[in-house]
Ligand binder design. Structure first.
Ligand code: GLP
Length: 184
């Protein structure tokens, strides 16, 4: 399962550099989220990764209302690569998202919209998105969370060491048996 966002840019750059040495022909990808309405994250993924590797377009997936069933039918997710929001969101599970949430249309926090607009040359960000749920993420066999920059320090600390609470959806990752945090 794949994340978008600024944190992922170096990851996709490394995959592009590895280029022809990597075989994506049997890889199935499921992105975490997408604006609703919108296709910005699909365009991001096309530009950053999919146009540069031999992935089969039929194996590329973005959230739909039946996403959890589609994922289950594909055999589940082996690896989930996550970023974390400044407010502790994972995918677009904003504060208040429950541990048993599944793929659904969500309301974006104003702080998320403002930040993501700034990171994208001021483009207007929709008020809603379609996002996998916390439970969809916790079903993944292995989870890697990437975080960098001083503005993530507080969210990372809360996620890893505070009580598990929907105030910081990333704190639900404490209940998963195989999470690796890569923080810089
Ligand atoms: C975004 C995405 C997340 C992403 C997170 C961090 O809004 N919905 O999937 O991981 O927020 O974004 P960034 O890496 O730009 O800080």
């Amino acid at each position: 399962m794949l994340a978008t966002g600024s944190t992922m840019l170096p990851v996709y750059a490394l995959l592009r550099e590895a280029g022809l040495d990597l075989d994506f022909s049997l890889v199935k990808t499921f992105n975490l989220d997408e604006y609703y309405p919108g296709n910005q994250f699909r365009e991001f993924m096309n530009a950053q990764l999919f146009e540069h590797v031999n992935i089969d377009a039929a194996n590329v997936h973005f959230p739909t209302v039946d996403y959890d069933e589609v994922i289950a039918a594909a055999g589940g997710i082996d690896l989930c690569i996550l970023g974390i929001g400044v407010n502790g969101h994972i995918a677009f599970n904003e504060p208040g998202s429950s541990a048993d949430s599944r793929t659904r249309v969500v309301e974006l926090d104003e702080s998320t919209r403002v930040r993501n607009s700034k990171l994208n040359n001021g483009v207007d960000i929709p008020q809603q998105a379609i996002s996998v749920g916390v439970a969809t993420i916790l079903d993944c066999k292995k989870i890697v969370v990437l975080a960098n920059g001083a503005d993530k320090t507080s969210a990372v600390h809360e996620a890893r060491y505070s009580d598990i609470s929907d105030k910081c959806p990333a704190s639900f990752l404490q209940t998963h048996a195989d999470v690796t945090w890569l923080v810089s």
